[in-house]
Design a protein around this ligand. Structure first.
Ligand SMILES: O=C(O)c1cc(=O)[nH]c(=O)n1[C@@H]1O[C@H](COP(=O)(O)O)[C@@H](O)[C@H]1O
Length: 279
């Protein structure tokens, strides 16, 4: 049976749960503020609490792989378990791994995150196109085959990103626009939403790019990096309905109580709804 495409599943989740994505970023400083040790047991407790609090209500949970990898294989085991538990509770899991490499190696990354038989199989993964969009082909093909998705960095939330992403390509477009146009081509004809998403920071003020890629737009930078849901219409314009706003520390700092995490996510979700609907 052909799996339902990621874009279709994401659209449904956004429509029923609201579009908010919460990042699972177990910073050492957050573990400390939750009264946990900076070790695998602390990581496990932190991650389990976030999944328990939010996987039944937000559209997307986005674990940041580096915070698990830093504990070696035992940290990755915590990540594997979290992915399975979050998916079982109904959240889509976007693995934030930001992989990028030559095509043949990208095939191995695709096998890691986008192959249903892998222990780290996720609903989607973040990738970097700055080795050339074509280097992502194995990930794009694997995602299409398994009904998963790929989020491609376009205009990142950090100020340093502009020197690369706003640079002019040979044909006069910005590099980011070149990548966005590739994404639009991948998503052509998909309905209700393509499975190739773009990452566009909520911090940008105005994206200054054509975001009509017929795919989801992950918008990190809300909360700790200074952007707010109210900024979304100005950044995304007509594409705001396809935005998946993402918050990590802005929610996570309200733990360790499950209720504190839920309230914080609920506040962001309300603010997003008001901003997107123009209230
Ligand atoms: O791909 C991402 O998620 C991402 C892209 C980007 O442009 N900026 C960005 O901050 N992120 C990630 O989003 C999260 C932001 O975390 P907070 O600043 O704590 O909300 C981190 O995990 C970043 O790695």
């Amino acid at each position: 049976m052909t799996p339902e495409p990621f874009g279709t599943r994401l659209r449904h989740a956004m429509d029923t749960r609201g579009p908010l994505c919460v990042g699972i970023d177990p910073h050492a400083s957050l573990l400390a503020s939750w009264g946990l040790n900076d070790d695998v047991a602390g990581l496990e407790r932190f991650t389990r609490t976030v999944v328990e609090a939010l996987a039944d209500r937000v559209a997307v949970l986005k674990p940041q792989s580096a915070f698990f990898e830093r504990f070696g294989s035992r940290g990755v085991a915590v990540l594997e378990k979290a992915v399975a538990e979050a998916r079982a509770a109904g959240a889509l899991v976007l693995m934030d791994a930001k992989r990028g490499d030559i095509g043949s190696t990208m095939g191995a990354y695709a096998a890691t995150y986008l192959d249903e038989d892998s222990p780290l199989f996720s609903d989607a993964v973040t990738v970097s196109p700055y080795l050339g969009f074509g280097s992502l082909r194995p990930a794009l093909d694997a995602a299409a085959a398994s009904g998963s998705g790929v989020f491609v960095l376009a205009l990142t939330s950090n100020p340093e990103g502009a020197e690369v992403q706003r640079a002019t390509a040979a044909d006069g477009r910005s590099l980011a626009q070149l990548m966005l146009d590739h994404m639009a081509a991948e998503n052509a004809g998909a309905a209700p939403l393509g499975s190739v998403g773009a990452v566009v920071g909520a911090t940008l003020g105005d994206a200054g790019a054509d975001l009509s890629i017929n795919g989801p737009l992950l918008a990190p930078g809300i909360g700790a990096q200074g952007a707010t849901p109210a900024d979304l219409p100005a950044v995304f314009g007509d594409a705001v309905g396809n935005v998946v706003p993402s918050v990590s520390r802005g929610v996570l700092r309200h733990g360790p109580d499950v209720s504190g995490l839920r309230e914080a996510a609920g506040r962001f979700a309300d603010e997003v709804r008001d901003a997107v609907s123009g209230n």
